[in-house]
Design a protein around this ligand. Sequence first.
Ligand SMILES: Cc1cc2nc3c(=O)[nH]c(=O)nc-3n(C[C@H](O)[C@H](O)[C@H](O)COP(=O)(O)OP(=O)(O)OC[C@H]3O[C@@H](n4cnc5c(N)ncnc54)[C@H](O)[C@@H]3O)c2cc1C
Length: 379
Amino acid sequence: MAVTADVLVVGGGILGLSLAYHAHRRGMKVVLLERSHRAQGGSVRNFGMVWPVGQPAGELRDRAIRSRNLWLELAEPAGIWINPCGSLHVAHADDEMAVLQEFASDARQDGFSAEIVDPQEARRLCPGLKPDQLRGALHSREECVVDPPQAIAALTNYLAAMGVEIRKGLPVVAAGSGYVRTSDGTEYVGGRVLIASGVDFTTLYPSRLSSLGMRVTKLQMLRTVPQPEADRFGPHLAFGLTLLHYAAFQDCPTLPALRARLEQDYAEHLALGIHVMASRNQRNELVLGDSHVYGNDITPFDSDKIESLILKYLYARVDLGDSRIQARWHGQYAKHAEKPLVVEDLDRDVVAVLAPGGSGMTMSLGWADDLWSRWLGIA
Ligand SMILES: Cc1cc2nc3c(=O)[nH]c(=O)nc-3n(C[C@H](O)[C@H](O)[C@H](O)COP(=O)(O)OP(=O)(O)OC[C@H]3O[C@@H](n4cnc5c(N)ncnc54)[C@H](O)[C@@H]3O)c2cc1C
């Protein structure tokens, strides 16, 4: 017998959960279908950085801040561990400092609270930073950290407790206007079908989804053992290479000069898409990454070279209390060359919501809220 609902969501990553949450809040009956018994995709493999500072000023940064606020609102009722840790972009050269100063001055005008701090203050905020070559840092208070596997599990359980029907362990193998079907033949009937299947574009509407210009990216990650001193690391850490990575810095006038220098000094890092960031989770472990390898170059095997380039860059800048690595993994996300999110009508009332790129944890709660407002005709 068919199961009926107002909304059928395919995919139990952060995007699917966010779409389900906002539909439920608006009074709809929701069924969410996840192929694994526990989400395994990008949403449990990331840094857990809720990262407004990486978004360009305007609509995207505003949405990132609203999204961050939604994480904070959900934390207590859903039992999600969250730490409003802020972030430091740490400079070790004058050209890195120049980009940060330009960013800080624009950010001030836009009402975004990020300020330049001197080396002493940077080390007060993060005693794990080495003093060598330290020029200063951009300090933002807007960022938070969640522990991705814990956050996704807690949000899933919270939605189930609120009345969202969560079906796990079977893939959706067919979808169309008003229905989806899982591999055991069960049919689910609903008014609206939302496909948030992460990097899987080959199961549902394969030719349409494969032609939308999304590209899969593979990222390598590491996690240290718990650090012995509780407050040695606090804010998220990012360094010079990260300034080439996020759209937030792309309009800084001195960025091209920094890029030219980094292309010379860090050619290997740039060839492998490496920029180095660190977040600290609830167990005081540091989550470290990452690299970016694209599309046809993706292999299932992880690279020692990527790991050693990440760690060498990091060790030149921070002093870990305990540098033993206890976990290594990679994750994937889909990204579109121009769009921050792909929202594509596939059929009547069947919409794909895909490719949040490297910002899915930061943006999904806000995007899902905005999409439901748009679909329901609320300004
Ligand atoms: C290593 C790494 C680090 C990152 N760091 C950050 C960060 O710190 N901050 C940030 O904002 N973003 C970060 N990101 C990006 C972020 O993790 C992703 O944008 C986000 O998780 C994508 O969420 P999603 O729900 O679209 O996809 P996914 O999490 O991949 O979820 C898709 C789900 O759909 C399910 N599914 C697929 N097909 C079917 C089907 N046919 N039937 C049923 N279920 C199906 C899958 O099993 C999966 O659980 C990072 C990503 C990676 C890989």
